[in-house]
Design a protein around this ligand. Structure first.
Ligand code: ZN
Length: 342
């Protein structure tokens, strides 16, 4: 069961307790001699079972199908919508199917929403979560070969959808059914103020000489409205402060492009939504070995996701996000890539 992973690692070391000695950035990478086993991750079916179980348990949570993947998998939206007048935040995971710890973190966050610790928080903020947008890529159910991919286990996971298209380059034309579902039944349908788009990057990104646990970036297209950009930077400040203060988190500024085909840029311009890209360290699977991270870091990266989601929800609920100090962006170094030993 995929459940044991998150249960064992996250519950025994809650993001809200004492800092942990070893920074995730210095955790193990995949050196070619470590097993990368994908069977510890939720399959699509296990994720759906999890969501339905949580919906039955949590009276203020609603589950909606927003469309289907190329291969016909239902795509889900999780909703906590107590009052349409509340500010609304959307969390999006796994546009890239091989970046799954973001989804594992989102599922833990959904469970966390049903706990006493979050009592009352959702009265003042609406939360939307689209987990595993690229369900076919996550399940390796695609029309191209994955035989060179690194991971062993039940399946391989790939960045692309079943037609080998990068969904995070489809936010202008919206040709793929997954991006259409997201735009038609989430972006255009709800009055969304903030979005965090969750991803994973390679394992060798560093800032100030230390490997990062993750990297963040706001919309960089010149067409973004200044107020949308300001609020994006404030969302980044909330996430940075929450993760950096843990003692194990080490966040860099992501070096991202300006194209509006990328959700961070396109969605900010088209809908006036303040967006933040959050890239976790290391991918679940890839054909290029240095991109894949050993699963010993899974617990930290899942926790990093929960920490970011929890902090942003609370900062929006109590309006403190509007006072967030964005000056750190002026000094936060853009990450660089540490040369690999290979
Ligand atoms: Zn990605």
């Amino acid at each position: 069961m995929a459940f044991s992973l998150a249960g064992a690692l996250v519950l025994s070391a809650s993001p809200f307790t004492a800092p942990i000695a070893e920074a995730v950035g210095n955790g193990p990478g995949y050196g070619g001699n470590e097993t990368i086993n994908t069977s510890i991750l939720h399959t699509y079916d296990e994720m759906v079972d999890f969501l339905k179980t949580q919906e039955a348990k949590q009276s203020n949570m609603e589950l909606e199908v927003i469309g289907q993947s190329v291969k016909g998998r239902d795509l889900y939206l999780v909703k906590y919508m107590s009052n349409p007048e509340n500010p609304t935040i959307l969390f999006l995971t796994q546009q890239h199917g091989n970046e799954q710890l973001t989804t594992e973190g989102a599922l833990e966050f959904i469970k966390h929403m049903g706990s006493g610790k979050m009592k009352g928080v959702a009265d003042n903020v609406n939360i939307l979560i689209v987990p595993m947008l690229n369900a076919d890529g996550a399940m390796g159910d695609v029309d191209f070969s994955l035989e060179d991919y690194v991971a062993s286990g039940d399946r391989n996971l790939t960045r692309y959808n079943a037609r080998e298209v990068d969904l995070n380059r489809d936010h202008v034309n919206k040709i793929q059914p997954e991006t259409q579902a997201l735009h038609t039944n989430v972006m255009a349908k709800y009055d969304i103020d903030y979005m965090i788009d969750l991803h994973h990057q390679g394992t060798m990104s560093e800032r100030d000489g230390e490997l990062v646990s993750g990297s963040i970036l706001y919309p960089t297209t010149p067409n973004v409205d200044p107020d949308v950009l300001l609020k994006s930077k404030q969302l980044g400040a909330v996430v940075f402060d929450a993760v950096d203060s843990t003692g194990w988190g080490h966040i860099g500024k992501y070096n991202g492009g300006n194209a509006e085909t990328i959700s961070r840029n396109g969605i900010a311009v088209e809908y006036g939504i303040s967006t933040l890209l959050f890239e976790m360290r290391g991918m679940s699977d890839h054909e290029y070995e240095p991109y894949v991270l050993g699963q010993k870091s899974n617990g930290y990266l899942i926790k990093q996701t929960i920490t970011a989601l929890d902090a942003s929800v609370r900062a929006i609920a109590d309006d403190s996000i509007e006072q967030a100090d964005i000056s750190f962006w002026d000094t936060l170094a853009t990450q660089t890539t540490r040369p690999s030993d290979e």
